[in-house]
Design a protein around this ligand. Structure first.
Ligand SMILES: Cc1cc2nc3c(=O)[nH]c(=O)nc-3n(C[C@H](O)[C@H](O)[C@H](O)COP(=O)(O)OP(=O)(O)OC[C@H]3O[C@@H](n4cnc5c(N)ncnc54)[C@H](O)[C@@H]3O)c2cc1C
Length: 287
């Protein structure tokens, strides 16, 4: 299928991109095009204007930022795979990045595009929820920073206003001894998740200080399993605590039955993955 007619804009600076988004009626940002172009070809979306941000400087770097990480919106999935900083200090992100799509999509698809697309089967949303990340949104009106849980609103819906651009993601440094991992069940390599679970654990004096848990593909958006997280805060890292968190996370999920599996099977996999992910993360934290 061929997309509907649109006007193509290629700003050379952030200011120009923001001016375009503010002045053009019915404009969409084009990043890697890995989700937007298929959606346009199927005519599920027919924006009048595309604002291509690929020539906008300053959006494509992974930088250390006060101990944490600042990931530019245009950073490709494969840049995260290759980042030494990520590999050394952000095991959750390092574990998730190579599991996203296939090598071709990873070369073009961007972290910002994935988050802005807000596909409940997208992997980055869950990872960023578990990591306690936030996003920075810019427009000609100014800048605001939102925690991931406020940014992701519903299926394919975020808190982005039509004139706003997601410029970067801030990932705080895990405190103390920490570990993290992403478990993804997929029918074949390169597929979207049947179920995905992101886990990050930060230890404090031998007990769990903070636990972050994000769920992929089991609701209308990436889900932060807040009750499961709460049950772990201050808890001893035992099999029983992991099992209880698994049960709470499964209860927080609301999967649908589809070609990838029944709702019951997916809920069960959430429970198993949370338990397994927590055990792996705590093992990592213990070194
Ligand atoms: C075959 C295939 C398999 C895939 N498998 C997976 C998978 O397993 N896991 C997974 O997570 N994803 C998967 N994807 C999706 C992929 O990760 C995309 O890269 C991602 O969803 C969108 O990123 P993009 O840069 O291509 O964004 P685009 O397609 O360019 O844009 C997507 C949406 O976000 C908006 N947008 C983009 N950037 C910004 C910005 N900076 N500010 C504001 N709005 C913005 C666009 O306007 C559009 O609405 C797959 C895609 C394909 C084609």
């Amino acid at each position: 299928m061929v997309p509907s007619r649109f006007e193509y804009h290629r700003p050379a600076s952030l200011e120009e991109a923001l001016r375009s988004l503010s002045s053009l009626e019915d404009a969409k940002v084009l990043a890697g095009g890995q989700s937007l172009i298929p959606v346009m070809k199927l005519r599920f979306a027919a924006p009048a204007h595309l604002v291509d941000i690929n020539r906008v400087p300053g959006l494509d770097a992974i930088e250390e930022d006060g101990g944490g990480l600042r990931i530019g919106a245009l950073v490709r999935h494969n840049q995260v795979v290759a980042s030494e900083t990520v590999a050394a200090r952000f095991p959750l992100l390092a574990s998730a990045a190579p599991q996203i799509a296939d090598p071709l999509v990873r070369n073009l698809g961007s972290v910002g595009g994935s988050l802005a697309h807000a596909d409940p089967a997208g992997d980055w949303g869950s990872v960023m929820l578990a990591a306690g990340a936030s996003v920075t949104l810019r427009s000609v009106r100014g800048e605001r920073e939102l925690p991931m849980r406020e940014f992701l609103v519903d299926i394919f819906t975020t808190a982005l206003e039509p004139d706003e651009l997601l410029t970067h993601v801030r990932v705080p440094a895990p405190s103390g001894k920490s570990g993290g991992t992403y478990l993804k069940l997929e029918r074949k390599v390169g597929d979207f998740a049947t179920v995905g679970v992101a886990v990050q654990v930060e230890m404090s004096d031998g007990t769990i200080g903070r636990a972050g848990i994000g769920l992929t593909g089991v609701g209308t958006k990436n889900i932060e399993a807040t009750e499961a997280q709460g049950s772990l805060a201050g808890a001893e890292p035992t099999e029983e605590a992991f099992a209880e968190a698994g049960r709470l996370a499964a209860a927080a999920s609301s999967p649908s039955s589809d070609v990838r599996g029944s709702a019951e099977y997916k809920r069960h996999m959430v429970e198993v993955f949370v338990r397994r992910g927590l055990a792996r993360a705590v093992e990592m934290a213990r070194g």
